[in-house]
Design a protein around this ligand. Structure first.
Ligand SMILES: Nc1nc2c(c(=O)[nH]1)N[C@H]1C(S)=C(S)[C@@H](COP(=O)(O)O)O[C@H]1N2
Ligand SMILES: [Mo]
Length: 557
């Protein structure tokens, strides 16, 4: 009944919108209120996160929780379709969803103020729950979301009160759940009353936006400043010369072919695969690595300085991701500097299972809660399994695990290459499943022998005549023995191999093709030093790496 009287009384006022207009205006004001409240919540949360830690900002914790709950198939899809942009896409998605909810809540609030505002509070609660559920959660991590939720609640309650005024609800009606429940007398104030209230809303809204923008900007600035300080502390580190340098790279590792991957992948171009929405920026001076668990007779805690004081080894190792499709980009070769992991394990009393050790799994934990399990037997079998501190002549980049990560030749990254390492635990495969193993991937995953055509690119149209077909092949810790190429399903031709650096690195290859005009399919397969030739059977990346021959279709004019 109140509704009827409101509409009736609103009609004559100067800005008295007709029935449809008034509803449109209400929706508009509600949407604006919701968006402003949402923006304010995020901005204030950003400021609070600067006091707590950047990783505790609501979008990061909600995004992180979403990543951990994403079904593996979808995650695979995201990585495949958005590549390294998958995180930006996720964050954008969260912001869009948040914006839509803010609009809905705002519109509800113009009619049911308490319900709308309480829904805003509930949103803060989602952030709090996400923050508390992170594997690396610290109690203070819930603060940014909690404060943000309270700010959204208060601001929406306030703005919704302002937004309803043009319709003639008296301020006294604030106590009422239903906006139309209030007296309609104010509407009788006429056009000037409505105009004043609307101005009041605009002033309140503008003030709220300005204050939040200020808070958000300050938060951003403080967070950026912290990151800059951490970057400076990384830049201060000079890695000592390795006691055991890498073998000089033989000449001829890289056939001179345009479009062929360079033998070393620069840090800037090195693929990045991880679940971290904001790259952890660990302080090397306070960093600690704890080594403990089954069969550890002398548990140790090592500092970064402890590692620097040891004999460092330098090795060339090609890293590969299990999510790499046939022909995919998630493989890179770098020169690493680090400490031999097997030495550190032996000093702590660890023995591999073949020597009677009780633990068959080494679980590495990162500062952001990732767990990565490697076979103890493998990391102690004499290969150059490293606690790496340096990559291509500089301290590890933050994105690649600063200050310390693992690198194990021959094992896919998800079972060996833990970045931002902070804990090593000796356990068994029976007792513990690591992060990806819980998500349908295999417990053990040696890298499969693979080859890729880098040039010509798919759908290229090289001129008829001699066309160099070139690419890379890898079978880490086995070594590549042979690479063959064929055209249109014809006979296999042996490619010329680039010189081998070590069996832990990839190998470049080239085959001069006498191209004739028409559409052609080029295929490649590699044979490793155990005599195994890549199977043509195509399987997907799950659960332990893709197989099949890479092929490229070109059309020669
Ligand atoms: N902490 C942490 N370490 C991690 C991951 C991760 O998500 N978190 N991903 C692993 C995977 S799947 C791969 S393939 C390699 C990739 O290392 P890169 O990003 O330096 O190339 O890191 C491994 N180490
Ligand atoms: Mo990976």
């Amino acid at each position: 009944m109140g509704r009827v009287s409101r509409e009736a009384s609103a009609t004559p006022s100067k800005n008295g919108p007709g029935r449809g207009q008034s509803r449109a205006l209400r929706v508009l004001l509600g949407a604006a209120s919701g968006l402003i409240a949402g923006f304010a919540a995020l901005a204030v949360a950003e400021l609070v996160s600067a006091a707590v830690r950047p990783e505790a900002s609501p979008i990061t914790v909600v995004g992180g929780a979403a990543v951990d709950r994403t079904p593996p198939g979808l995650k695979d899809f995201a990585v495949r379709h958005f590549g390294t942009n998958d995180k930006a896409v996720l964050q954008l998605g969260i912001v869009v969803v948040l914006g839509l909810f803010a609009i809905v809540i705002g519109v509800i609030a113009t009619r049911h103020r308490r319900i709308g505002a309480t829904a805003a509070l509930a949103f803060g609660a989602v952030g709090v729950a996400a923050a508390a559920s992170r594997p690396d959660a610290q109690p203070t991590d819930v603060l940014p979301s909690a404060v943000g939720g309270v700010v959204a609640f208060a601001l929406l309650y306030w703005l919704a009160g302002r937004a309803r005024e043009p319709y003639g609800a008296a301020p006294a009606a604030d106590a009422g759940e239903d906006i139309s429940g209030g007296g309609s007398t104010r509407a009788g104030d006429g056009g000037s009353g409505g105009a004043f209230d609307r101005r009041g809303f605009v002033v309140a809204a503008t003030a709220a936006v300005a204050a939040s923008a200020g808070a958000g900007a300050l938060g951003r600035y403080l967070n950026a400043d912290k990151v800059a300080q951490q970057a400076a502390s990384r830049a201060d580190i000079t890695l000592p010369r390795p006691a055991s340098p890498a073998r000089p790279v033989p000449s001829g590792v890289h056939p001179d072919v345009k479009g062929l991957s360079s033998f070393f992948t620069s840090n800037k171009d090195f693929y990045r695969v991880d679940t971290a929405l904001s790259v952890p920026h660990v302080d090397a001076t306070t960093w600690r690595l704890r080594l403990h668990g089954k069969g550890v007779s002398r548990p140790v805690t090592l500092t970064f300085q402890d590692l620097l004081r040891r004999d460092l080894v330098e090795r060339d190792i090609t890293l590969t991701c299990v999510s790499n499709e046939v022909g995919g980009p998630y493989v890179g070769n770098a020169r690493w500097i680090g400490v031999r992991l097997a030495d550190v394990l032996s000093e702590a009393g660890v023995k591999p299972p073949s020597h009677g050790g009780p633990a068959d799994q080494l679980v590495a934990r990162s500062v952001d809660g990732m767990t990565i399990g490697s076979p103890v037997e493998t990391v102690m079998d004499g290969r150059d399994a490293l606690l790496a501190l340096g990559m291509n002549g500089e301290p590890l980049p933050f994105a690649h695990g600063f200050p310390v990560r693992m690198v194990v030749p021959g094992l896919y990254g998800y079972v060996s290459a833990c970045k931002w390492l902070t804990d090593l635990e000796l356990t068994t495969f029976d007792d513990f499943d690591a992060y990806w193993v819980k998500r349908t991937w295999s417990q053990k995953a040696p890298i499969k022998t693979e080859s890729r055509i880098d040039t010509p690119r798919p759908f290229a149209s090289p001129k008829a005549g001699t066309v160099p077909v070139a690419g890379v092949a890898w079978a880490q810790h086995k070594g590549i023995a042979k690479v063959e190429v064929r055209v249109d399903g014809g006979p296999w031709h042996e490619a010329k191999l680039g010189a081998q650096d070590t069996s832990d690195t990839w190998r470049q290859w080239v085959w001069p093709w006498q191209a004739t005009s028409g559409s052609h399919t080029l295929e490649v397969r590699a044979t490793d030093r155990t005599g195994y030739t890549q199977t043509d059977k195509r399987v997907g990346t799950v659960p332990n790496g893709a197989t099949g021959w890479h092929s490229v279709v070109v059309s020669v004019p």
